[in-house]
Design a protein around this ligand. Structure first.
Ligand code: ADP
Ligand code: MG
Length: 347
């Protein structure tokens, strides 16, 4: 009898311990997170799972590698090498740089030249986001405009070389490289058996799986008229890239006018389409990044039609007059909670 009571007590204690272990393992999940600076912006990685630490370490190594190959600000990068040799000799580059340029050309064509990786001469003329930012003279803009044309990129698959036709031409993959990097990090995470992760490369977001508790990730859509961190609504997502191009990312004000960092290759000025924020939801972040920069410039009607026509890719646009445009694939996943903004009825 005494043994039975003791046995029962031990059993109950054992069960309690097991329950406790179960509860703590659920509310205290193992995750690793890291913030750091790369590709000209702040990166944040969060990975759930036992191999989170090593996976993030490898991801950071890969990001530095990509930065070293593609930064237009580093003399030794492959992009700088191509730029220095513009009008002269094409340069043999890594498969990474080659494939980013190849994709960029594809998007330039699809986006009718609104996205253009040869935008660099104009970007460095405006210098937006640096202490040298200024409104350039019209003749300077006209001069640089002649150099911007993605059709002048010489690309050769047989020897993995890239060149530029004219002297003075220069590449800038700032509009697409973060998307490429996010996809690469995702691949590393998957390799390390990470089932749930958040990759945030300066606002370019890629979520892997669901959150650790099994519910979808919630991603805030920035209010383009307010400081960072104020959202107009929430998008729920699983295994998706969510990339936004917005006028609030980098800009300066002069004479009451805002000059932001997305340059229209046709005018040489910051895009003046009525779109102030373009979010692309896709499986691959390189698609989201390339598309978001271009559709931002295209204007709302063309942009809506284009994104609706591409299977597996969706968008949320915000226009200057606070109208929201959402493509059919994300209607059910987006919750608007700021009533200053209204849905456009035409779509
Ligand atoms: P962010 O870098 O703020 O995430 P984007 O992905 O839209 O935003 O990229 C903007 C960057 O792309 C600019 O800083 C510049 O380097 C480059 N860029 C600007 N205009 C264009 C353009 N029309 N086509 C391609 N790249 C562009
Ligand atoms: Mg982009």
């Amino acid at each position: 009898m005494i043994f039975n009571v003791l046995g029962l007590t031990l059993l109950i204690i054992l069960i309690l311990i097991l329950v406790l272990i179960f509860i703590t393992s659920n509310t205290n999940p193992v995750f690793t997170e890291r913030s750091f600076y790369a590709l000209g912006t702040v990166m944040y990685l969060k990975a759930f799972g036992k191999k989170g630490e090593i996976a993030i370490e490898k991801a950071i190594e890969r990001l530095i590698d990509i930065d070293n190959k593609m930064s237009a600000f580093k003399d030794y990068s492959e992009i700088s090498k191509i730029n220095r040799n513009a009008g002269m000799l094409p340069q043999i580059v890594s498969y990474d740089t080659y494939s980013v340029i190849e994709k960029s050309i594809k998007y330039s064509e699809l986006l009718e030249g609104t996205f253009d990786p040869t935008i660099r001469p104009l970007v460095s003329l405006w210098n937006i986001g640096t202490k040298y930012e200024k409104i350039p003279k019209q003749n300077e803009i006209d001069e640089k405009l002649k150099l911007v044309n993605y059709k002048d990129i010489i690309i050769n698959k047989t020897d993995n070389s890239i060149g530029l036709k004219k002297k003075g031409q220069a590449l800038d993959v700032g509009g697409i490289a973060k998307g490429f990097a996010a996809d690469e990090i995702k691949n590393i995470f998957v390799k390390y058996d990470i089932k749930s992760a958040l990759i945030n490369l300066g606002g370019n977001i890629l979520v892997l799986g669901n959150k650790n508790d099994g519910t979808p990730w919630k991603v805030g859509i920035q209010n383009p008229f307010k400081p960072r961190g104020e959202y107009i609504g929430i998008l729920t997502a699983k295994d998706k890239s969510i990339v936004t191009s917005g006028n609030y990312e980098r800009f300066f004000m002069k004479n009451g006018k805002t000059f932001h960092h997305i340059i229209d290759p046709k005018t040489g000025y910051p895009s003046e389409s009525k779109v102030v924020s373009a979010t692309i939801i896709s499986d691959k972040s390189i698609d989201g990044d390339g598309l978001s920069t271009g559709v931002y410039i295209m204007g709302i009607d063309k942009a809506m039609n284009l994104i609706e026509s591409i299977k597996g890719i969706d968008a949320i646009f915000i226009t200057e007059d606070k109208k929201i445009y959402v493509t059919s694939g994300v209607k059910d996943n987006f919750k608007l909670f700021n009533n200053e903004f209204i849905y456009n009825k035409n779509y």
